[in-house]
Design a protein around this ligand. Sequence first.
Ligand code: ZN
Length: 193
Amino acid sequence: MSNLNIRYPLLYLTSNCSSCNQYENTIHLLRCPLHTYDPHNTLTNEISNTLNSLNLSETSPYTIIQILNPQNSLPNSTIYNTILLLIQGTITLDQYKQLQPTLKKLTNNFLTLLSNSLLNWFNSTIWQTRNTKQHEWELARGITTSTKKKNNIRLPILQPSNSTNTGFTYNTDIDLFIFKTLSQNFTIYNCFY
Ligand SMILES: [Zn+2]
């Protein structure tokens, strides 16, 4: 929602989640109370399934979790960040070196499979549920694909200097600009800097 608010400021007057009304950035997609999953169980299950698919079922998923999601080792490190980074295929070199003695030649394979399977889980459990809510929210406000096209902000196009058009184009949606400004706790004077 925060990206939509930047991209279509006339349509999305808020950066907040359409379900719970908290600020919606990428990590919020995982944290939103709309979803009732347990992130620790999800990560354990996905790791366990990935180990099984590589015939590594004798390896405990908890050994892997302790490496991938070390408790309190990094500031702001949460299970949600861990899941997000794994979906993006990002781990630290230190974590990679810690995994190698256990997973050996299958380390890369394991990380690729885990990342893909977490992405599938994200798509079916989080993204589709969130989009159903978002769609209801947009329908209630008359936001459709065509209104998005109409309200997309583009850079101004330079007029040719020999143009005979001396008219002035007004922004007919100025009220919406002001409302957006107020809703973000700016004073109106911020507009004029
Ligand atoms: Zn939410």
